[in-house]
Design a protein around this ligand. Structure first.
Ligand SMILES: Nc1ncnc2c1ncn2[C@@H]1O[C@H](COP(=O)(O)OP(=O)(O)O)[C@@H](O)[C@H]1O
Ligand SMILES: CC(C)(COP(=O)(O)O)[C@@H](O)C(=O)NCCC(=O)O
Length: 241
């Protein structure tokens, strides 16, 4: 049994892997995560654990994990099955590397673009020569709704749920459409920019908000909600043989 943990800025995701397959997955809020991980360590007793964190985690987490298993904390020094050509490897989000590893593992014959729709939206490009190049970082869906509310005097905080039409007919539907249709158009536009240079690009959509957008994208894409956790397991197996 192996445990992979993705400590994101909004949610903490974890999965137990056995024989290269996810046997159980978890999705915690920050408040639930430590207790949740204690519980799953006791239940599954993984021999090896990998942690990718782009947000601060409780210091006791590291102790808890390394006391019971071989622990890899993913960073720029971790041995990977891909190369890293990012100019600032020390400031690169570990989650972005794990996504690139997963895409290359699943689709090694392609230039891969992974689009992650989480707290932020990231575009992560790995050509088939396996040297991670970087991509783009832009505000995520909730951040866009919150920004319109917080940086204006009059705009309300609009929820994603509700009537979604291209032509907003009041303040609420105009904001929802601007944010949601805007993200969908942005994703297609970015894919098209990349495809001008890499015509056989393989695109995978992931992240907590991907289900909201997968059917709104005109380009052909794969949707894999577990891509990051799969990438972490590939890295863990690469390091613990
Ligand atoms: N079980 C869930 N509980 C709460 N939010 C969820 C859940 N599943 C998906 N989401 C959505 O996913 C978003 C977080 O996406 P995620 O990729 O986990 O972000 P991050 O990696 O930045 O923490 C939340 O903002 C929320 O809209
Ligand atoms: C861009 C991110 C905030 C995305 O995090 P997420 O939305 O998945 O929580 C994270 O990958 C990060 O902190 N990156 C550091 C900057 C960089 O990758 O260059």
């Amino acid at each position: 049994m192996r445990l992979c943990i993705d400590w994101g800025n909004s949610r903490i995701k974890a999965a137990i892997f056995q024989d290269e397959k996810i046997v159980k997955d978890y999705n915690f809020s920050e408040d639930e995560a430590l207790t949740g991980i204690v519980g799953l360590m006791e239940t599954h007793k993984p021999k090896a654990v990998i942690l990718s964190a782009v947000a601060n985690y409780p210091p006791e987490l590291k102790m808890l994990l390394q006391d019971h298993a071989k622990l890899i904390i993913l960073n720029s020094n971790t041995s990977l099955p891909i190369m890293n050509a990012y100019h600032s490897p020390d400031t690169l989000g570990a989650d972005r590397l794990a996504l690139a590893v997963a895409a290359n593992h699943l689709f090694p014959q392609y230039d891969n673009l992974v689009i992650s729709l989480g707290t932020a939206i990231t575009y992560n490009f790995l050509p088939k020569n396996r040297a991670f190049r970087g991509g783009n970082i832009t505000p995520g869906m909730e951040m866009r709704f919150k920004a319109l509310h917080e940086f204006t005097d009059k705009l309300p905080l609009v929820a994603q749920q509700g009537d979604l039409v291209l032509l907003g007919y009041d303040t609420e539907t105009s904001i929802r459409s601007g944010v949601m249709m805007g993200i969908a158009a942005e994703i297609d536009g970015m894919i098209n920019f990349y495809k001008e240079q890499y015509p056989t690009l393989n695109v995978t959509l992931t992240g907590g908000n991907a289900p909201l957008f997968a059917d709104k994208i005109k380009n052909q894409i794969a949707h894999d909600s577990q891509l990051l956790l799969k990438g972490l397991d590939v890295i863990l197996r690469h390091n613990v043989r």
